[in-house]
Design a protein around this ligand. Sequence first.
Ligand SMILES: [Zn+2]
Length: 394
Amino acid sequence: MREGLEEQTLESWLEQLKNRWPERIRDLPERLVLAKGALPEAARYSADKGWRRVLVVADQHTYEAAGMTLIRELDGAGAEAPVTLVEPNPAGDVVADEAAIVQVLLDVQRHGADALAAVGAGTLHDIVRYAAYTAGKPFLSVPTAPSVDGFTSKGAPLLIRGMKITVPAVGPVALFADTGVLLKAPKRLAAAGFGDMLGKATALFDWRIGRLAAGEPYDARVADITQRALDRCVRLADDIGRGTEKSLLVLMRSLIESGIAMLLFGQSHPASGAEHHLSHYWEMAFHRSGRRQLLHGSKVGVACGLIADLYHSLARERPDLVPLLDGVPTGEDIRRLLSAAGAPGTPGDLGIDGDLVQRGLAEAHKVRPNRTTLLRLRNEGLLDRLRLAENDPA
Ligand SMILES: [Zn+2]
């Protein structure tokens, strides 16, 4: 594996972080396992914890991909493993909404579960992290696809009465990603994971903007973790498109590292900027009109291309932005990389029309009122605040 990744397992990387950020040990998972045979390892971990009943939460697909095996392993390790199959909404999507959360909570109570296991991709994790938090139970993360970076996050983006809000919840006590399961995931999920990673290009830029224009907290060590994960994936775009084993495992590892970067910082700044706000805006619009949801990372990748277009065009009017944008790919670069990885590149590819694109670009900053992004400064006529850039200490 490139980047010296073969020299350091995810577990030893985690131990290194615990030494560097001792104040964050309580926020970090106890274990991060990305390996063949991670599911039996998850069962052994549960047994060591003394859990007698682990509620396995999945949807129909992820139950077949990994849930069944996990249940068998838990059973073999002496734990009961009742299952909750989260039901889709009327549009046919499993979403992290009131209905799904209550469905899981009812099963936690009914079975007297000691812990939960989130078996699936991002949405399943968001449902479980909030249900686990509310029930006061620990949960295990069992990712089934390299599709998103939010497996270890503590915040749960939920859709409550049609509004996307991110609420505090808990992160997993441990993550067990079985490479055998990940490599069988549908290609479009890995392409979405690549889109979520590419989004870090504009997210990291917006984080710097937030610091410069609004004094938002910033941590260069954390930004470095995310940047390295991004760079590694950018170099592997073609391989991810071809679905090579090595590249998919690097993608998964990078997504996990990006998620851990958010935990270290304590907020989503390292991984989420205007491209995520635009993606959330589209998601709410789709929800309001009862349309089938799109994969998070697919939207983020396309949104990242549009935000990169906008930012580079703003830099033509504001040359002082140019040095800040150094290293941020152009929209064209983003779309080329997405295409190489087999991901949708344009709003049209996602069935998003020009009107929704324009409304999103004008209003998406309102999705996160507490974040200062270049999109917000531009939309609120506050670009002058960036005079601070001249005093950038870094
Ligand atoms: Zn994301």
